[in-house]
Design a protein. Structure first.
Length: 151
């Protein structure tokens, strides 16, 4: 996607891109990716909640690709980006301060960094609670071993 967007004259790259110098390699920390984005005046596009929180804490504009529980297939993600890239570019350019663009399947919402931080924390709490509910309970064993069981 990054190469296709470059053909449309958007300055893009991605983690691990070997065609651009100084791009963070795969496996780089979020802090390294954020530092690179800040140094090169780029916007991070991610669905990673931790990265969105880091961007909010450092006042770095971010595009939050929010699948809302259903992962994007690659072709859906490509269509989402191509359909919305001009709108996202305009929203980022017109923003007077860092913002989070929450890109969902059918719409994009511009959020303040504070609102993005709050929403991501809420989402993380809901995901954590759902995971805890899904954990299978280990069955309790007998209170007494067979040899201790009175007859």
């Amino acid at each position: 996607m990054a190469e296709a967007l470059e053909m449309l004259q958007f300055r893009t790259t991605y983690v691990g891109n070997q065609h651009h110098s100084n791009v963070p390699s795969r496996g780089s920390s979020d802090e390294e990716v954020l530092s690179y984005a800040q140094k090169t005046n780029r916007v991070i596009a991610t669905s990673d909640h931790g990265m969105i929180l880091l961007c909010a804490e450092h006042q770095q504009s971010v595009i939050w690709v929010d699948p809302r529980g259903r992962l994007f297939r690659r072709e859906d993600l490509v269509l989402l980006v191509f359909k919305n890239i001009s709108d996202w570019h305009d929203r980022l350019r017109q923003a007077g301060s860092p913002v989070c663009l929450r890109a969902m399947r059918t719409k994009t919402v511009t959020l303040s960094m504070e609102d993005a931080h709050r929403l991501v924390h809420q989402r993380m709490r809901r995901i954590s609670a759902a995971r805890k509910q899904k954990k299978p309970q280990r069955p309790l064993g007998p209170l007494l071993s067979p040899e201790e069981n009175p007859k």
